[in-house]
Design a protein around this ligand. Structure first.
Ligand SMILES: Cc1cc2nc3c(=O)[nH]c(=O)nc-3n(C[C@H](O)[C@H](O)[C@H](O)COP(=O)(O)OP(=O)(O)OC[C@H]3O[C@@H](n4cnc5c(N)ncnc54)[C@H](O)[C@@H]3O)c2cc1C
Ligand code: SF4
Length: 600
């Protein structure tokens, strides 16, 4: 294989351009650092390439899924469970599925935009119940950077003062839709907390981006850039600084070391022709997504690191978690025969249910939140499959068409998203027998849930069924049994995989320190979900990005002071003064970095 060597080294090379890589690129280029991002996928721009406002009948497939668009042809993300030429394996008898994006912006092109802060308890859960491990940082360490993130990206929601579901700096939330009002009423009667959801979608213009026009198609990518994607909220502004080089179709295969044991750069494959290249760098940041990051570290073997880079602890790839999940939907007769009206809203729920109970009164240790779906939106392929189950559903010809109109939108669904506790049986390693189409060894997954997760999911099932009954509805799926794991989604299926390079104070049991810097290679950082010490009953991406924004972590990504720009105005000070955000209190411009950063 040909190996081309790049002559001028980058200050920082970042692997991956998703939530973590995009945020690292944004922060560093704004600080005047020369950055190169290696992205395995190709370019894609939501403002030009999205299928927003495309009618299903405009496609002969009616929007049906394809191999690289499993969530439907119009979905904004190229990737999927099964990428041609890029296999992974799962240990016999175990269940794990791995979703991977292959495009600029990664999974942020179609993520649900549910943007929840972790709470104080989430960083210190072991202190409360003795399980898993505490993070070496606390909520108070991250809080200022959630603030900054929210002022840059925008998130709607409502102030609720729930201790472990901290409020953000919110834009106004959209009003509940018809079915969401019914859900909220039922939830209140059952004493389940149900509040406006928290999504990174603009309900007011922000930082030059337009407000949402409520087309309900966020998953396709937003042409008006009104929701968050790494591509147009982080990477595009980073490119505008002139400090970012974005290399697409560049699949990192190994992080190289110099003779002193510091990272010297990254070897990558140009996926358009299979040629191999090396890029020198003074600092390497890995943000390829949690499991890809484990794979890259494990594949970067050397005499100093025979078991994989920064893996002296043997914990690279270990303590993987995914959010626990299960779903229940039900037919709600009182929603039949509704007067047709536009209730598209944003492309996601307008209400949600944060964890509302005390685990001390329950048989499982950690909580979950509930995501709400239902009602009528733009009909897609395969709508109302199973109509024959609805009383008196189905029929033929005119009767069938009338029944579709009567029943369409007369349903609600609930998805539980809970906290899994890391365990030693859930990890990934290099499969010694399988390589991908570029010859790069692939991952083999092992997965285990314990009763902590199974009993939590049982509680979800019971709660969702109670909510639907309270709405006068009917569930057509039977309550899953213990033998079925109470309907728990297989590992990876909720697509919130975290861990593999966990954060900790002790280099013997963790991979990175509280700055996401590897204990063993000082100029190597991890910037995705791999450093998460634990999950939470929250979706993870807001915390992935806040950790990147954080000066605590971000300033350690900066190259040595001697390598930073010397003309003062090009560094922190110039962009701080031009940064268009205000402090949480709105009183004065909020500096993006502590003053120590600006003296370069
Ligand atoms: C359908 C869906 C809905 C979701 N909804 C939510 C939600 O509502 N809220 C939430 O918090 N999270 C949600 N998530 C999860 C969220 O998308 C991820 O947490 C987030 O994108 C992780 O960011 P990341 O940077 O680690 O990875 P990614 O966004 O996946 O980006 C990783 C990038 O690295 C690239 N890459 C991988 N390997 C290499 C390599 N070897 N060399 C070069 N580049 C490489 C990939 O091509 C990709 O572009 C959802 C995910 C999906 C799929
Ligand atoms: S619902 Fe709003 S944010 Fe989502 S795609 Fe439509 S306009 Fe964009």
């Amino acid at each position: 294989m040909r190996l081309a060597i790049q002559s001028s080294p980058a200050d920082v090379v970042i692997v991956g351009s998703g939530a973590g890589g995009g945020m690292a690129a944004y922060v560093l280029t704004r600080a005047g650092v020369n950055v190169t991002v290696l992205e395995a996928g190709g370019p894609w721009d939501n403002t030009t390439d999205s299928a927003m406002l495309t009618w299903p009948y405009d496609s002969p497939r009616r929007g049906a899924s394809t191999r690289l668009k499993p969530f439907g042809e119009f979905d904004g993300c190229i990737g999927g469970w099964d990428i041609p030429g890029e296999p992974y394996t799962v240990a016999p008898g175990e269940r794990f599925r791995w979703w991977r994006a292959r495009m600029v912006g990664g999974r942020t092109n179609h993520w649900g935009r549910i943007s929840l802060r972790f709470g104080p308890r989430d960083f210190k859960a072991k202190t409360f119940d003795g399980l898993g491990d505490d993070w070496p940082i606390s909520y108070d360490d991250v809080r200022p950077y959630y603030d900054k993130l929210e002022q840059l990206v925008g998130v709607f929601g409502s102030k609720e003062n729930i201790p472990n579901a901290p409020d953000s700096i919110f834009l106004p939330p959209p009003k509940p839709r018809c079915y969401e009002l019914l859900v909220q009423e039922a939830a209140h009667r059952l004493n389940v907390t149900c509040v406006p959801s928290r999504l990174s979608i603009l309900t007011k213009p922000l930082n030059g981006r337009a407000a949402c026009h409520y087309c309900g198609q966020c998953g396709r990518g937003c042409k008006t850039n009104s929701n968050f994607s790494s591509t147009n909220v982080l990477i595009a502004p980073a490119l505008k600084t002139g400090k970012l080089t974005l290399k697409t179709n560049a699949m990192a295969r190994e992080i190289t070391l110099d003779r002193t044991g510091r990272a010297s750069g990254v070897t990558y494959v140009d996926t358009t022709d299979g040629s191999e290249h090396h890029i020198d760098a003074r600092v390497v940041v890995v943000a390829a997504s949690a499991c890809e990051t484990s794979r890259l570290l494990l594949n970067s073997k050397s005499a100093s690191f025979p078991n994989g880079l920064a893996n002296g602890s043997g914990t690279v790839g270990k303590y993987l978690t995914d959010t626990t999940g299960t779903d229940v939907s039900g037919f709600i007769p009182k929603m039949m025969d509704h007067v047709p009206h536009n209730h598209d809203g944003v492309g996601g729920m307008h209400v949600y249910m944060p964890w509302w109970l005390d685990n001390k009164t329950l048989g499982f240790p950690r909580g979950y939140h509930i995501e709400v779906w239902g009602g009528a939106d733009l009909p897609d392929y395969g709508i109302l499959g199973g109509i024959q189950n609805y009383p008196p559903g189905g029929g033929y010809g005119k009767e069938l068409k009338q029944n579709y109109r009567r029943y369409y939108g007369a349903y609600v669904g609930f998805s539980g998203r809970g906290e899994m506790i890391p365990n030693e049986g859930s990890y990934c390693e290099i499969d010694p027998h399988v390589v991908d189409k570029w010859g790069i060894p692939v991952l083999r997954f092992h997965w285990k849930f314990t009763d902590h997760e199974y009993l939590q999911v049982k509680h979800m099932q019971e709660t969702f069924r109670a909510l639907i009954a309270e709405m006068g509805g009917e569930v057509y799926s039977p309550m899953p049994t213990k033998e079925d794991g109470y309907g728990i989604a297989a590992g990876g299926v909720i697509i919130h995989e975290l861990g593999g390079a966990r954060m900790g104070a002790d280099p013997k049991t963790s991979v990175v320190n509280s700055n996401c810097q590897t204990h063993e290679v000082k100029n190597l950082f991890v910037a995705d979900g791999a450093p998460f010490t634990s999950q939470a009953d929250k979706n993870p991406t807001w915390t992935i990005m806040a950790l990147r924004w954080s000066s605590r972590h971000g300033k350690h990504l900066l190259p040595p002071r001697s390598l930073r720009p010397t003309s003062g105005r090009r560094c922190g000070s110039s962009w701080i003064s031009s940064f268009p955000v205000m402090s949480a209190r709105g009183a004065r411009p909020m500096p993006a970095y502590p003053s120590s950063w600006t003296s370069c």
